[in-house]
Design a protein around this ligand. Structure first.
Ligand SMILES: [Zn+2]
Length: 106
């Protein structure tokens, strides 16, 4: 499965991008990449987030912060609703993923 959001998180791990929105060391490249994926309407980011596999995602570099940044980058509340529903439907697959999801959506 080629999930573009997962690809960005993997790239961040490889290149040492941090998850800060104001970093002069890496230039906040993670934010730049997430913003580019979201595009003007945010649909591509929303789709990628809906399709995350909790079990493999939680093994990635700084996945909790990455999830937080991505969720807050969604352009519309309807997209946040859609992603929240998709994540809650995956409850039980990964306790640590569920915990972060609850902190974001509830
Ligand atoms: Zn940085």
């Amino acid at each position: 499965m080629n999930n573009p959001f997962v690809g960005i998180v993997q790239t961040a791990g490889l290149l040492g991008w941090c998850m800060s929105g104001q970093c002069t060391t890496c230039g906040s490249m993670f934010f730049v990449a997430i913003d580019r994926l979201a595009g003007e309407r945010g649909d591509a980011l929303a789709d990628a987030l809906c399709q995350l596999d909790p079990r493999t995602f939680v093994a990635l570099h700084q996945w909790e912060s990455a999830l937080d940044v991505a969720f807050r980058t969604l352009r519309q509340s309807s997209q946040q609703d859609m992603v929240s529903r998709a994540w809650l439907a995956k409850a039980g697959q990964s306790p640590s993923f569920d915990k972060v999801v609850r902190s974001l959506v509830l």
